[in-house]
Write a protein that binds this ligand. Structure first.
Ligand code: DQA
Length: 386
């Protein structure tokens, strides 16, 4: 697989240009990192930068014989219909990347005239966004995906991947993490979705409103419930086994999985795999996770809103009544393992069936990173839930 990484105007100044916004890596560093990430993902990347719209369009045309494009068009994003037309014309899967959080800066940066013709848009993750874009392209090439809308908003969509065979297939609902923020999206679980699909699961990797783009404790949990509920509508037509639905959530997605199971009884969920979940919002807030993440999600501090805690914190809703698999790395610097340790203990005390694994020497992201031995353990445990 061959991909092209294209950077637009002013990105040659990376490292020197507003490092507080764009970081300290230079374009050279970025290009080298992209080649390494591509290599790790099993593909080859060519890199290109230009300050000229016409040259970028020519480079896009020349990319017609490749398998994917990652493009950060710089300010051209916000007004270049010519770049948009070129992306549409070449018909190669293209990912739009921005280093900064364009949704949280000047209003004119929120407009992208190219998003619609791109397979996804990644922003606000620093240069790691290019790595995620490469992984997204390789995952898209590895297994066919059907994107299904479950509601009226742009984020009310999910990726359905079906395993080989006639089915009915057990279903894994994947709920991504990222502290409920809009800079994180379901592409984070693309590689995990592909791996689970290969192993015989139908995977439903869902998107939902996140904080910064219409989300918050009510809207986000409502979207997740709607996305899970949609399985009842399209499931039979896709040979899904609706008696074998497992929710798999990572970090804040683990929180959403647990809370969805506690809130909704109309969908028969057979198990939950919560990976480094934020099972207790109060404890997570007290531990200061994610730079104010709990407060942004709840729009209040836990002390200010005991009612919201009952509505939104899984530990307040025990027993969940569904078998729980909880996995946490003991080196998790984003969500302390202590939260899962006490959550698992409390859930068991309240009568839930709980399997808790604390993985030694493992951090937060490794639990969904398909290149790690932690993932192998996680996926073995998940396979037992089918
Ligand atoms: C950018 C954001 C654009 O608004 C800006 O004009 C850039 C860089 C980013 O990577 O965050 O040049 O695309």
């Amino acid at each position: 697989m061959r991909i092209v990484i294209i950077n637009g105007p002013n990105l040659n100044l990376l490292g020197a240009r507003s490092p507080e916004v764009y970081g300290t890596a230079t374009l050279e560093d970025l290009d080298a990192a992209c080649r390494d990430w591509a290599h790790d993902a099993g593909c080859e990347a060519e890199t290109y930068q230009s300050n000229h719209e016409g040259d970028i369009i020519d480079r896009l045309h020349a990319a017609r014989d490749t398998d994917g494009v990652v493009i950060n068009p710089g300010a051209l994003t916000h007004y270049s219909y010519a770049v948009r037309d070129a992306i549409e014309a070449i018909g190669i899967p293209t990912v739009e990347v921005h280093i900064s959080n364009v949704r949280a800066r000047e209003p004119w940066r929120r407009v992208s005239v190219i998003s619609e013709v791109c397979s996804t848009t990644i922003y606000g993750r620093g240069i790691v966004g290019y790595r995620d874009a490469i992984r997204h392209l390789t995952a898209r090439a590895a297994w066919p995906v059907e994107i299904i809308a479950y509601g009226p908003h742009a984020d009310n969509v999910g990726d359905l991947r079906l395993p080989k065979g006639d089915g009915p297939h057990p279903v894994a609902v994947l709920i991504h993490g990222g502290f409920w923020r809009d800079t994180a999206a379901r592409d984070l679980l693309d590689p995990a979705a592909v791996d689970l699909t290969r192993r015989g699961w139908a995977t439903w990797n869902i998107e939902f409103a996140r904080v910064g783009a219409g989300g918050g404790w009510r809207a986000t949990t409502a979207d997740v419930a709607a996305a899970i509920g949609a399985l009842l509508e399209f499931g039979e037509g896709h040979a899904l086994d609706l008696d074998r639905i497992v929710l798999i959530g990572h970090g804040s997605g683990g929180h959403l999985a647990l809370q969805a199971a506690a809130n909704m009884r109309e969908v028969p969920i057979s198990a939950i795999a919560a990976l480094a979940p934020i099972g207790d919002l109060e404890a997570a807030h007290a531990a200061g996770i994610g730079d104010g993440a709990v407060e942004s999600f709840m729009r209040r501090t836990p002390e200010q809103s005991p009612d919201r805690l009952v509505a939104a914190s899984p530990i307040k809703n025990l027993p969940i009544g569904i078998p729980l698999l909880i996995v946490h790395g003991d080196q998790d610097a984003q969500v302390p393992a202590e939260i899962s340790r006490s959550f698992a203990g409390r859930a068991a005390d309240e009568g839930d069936t709980v399997v808790y694994h604390e993985l030694e020497g493992v951090g937060h992201d490794a639990l969904t990173d398909t290149s790690t031995t932690a993932w192998e353990k996680v996926v073995d445990e998940i396979d037992r839930l089918r």
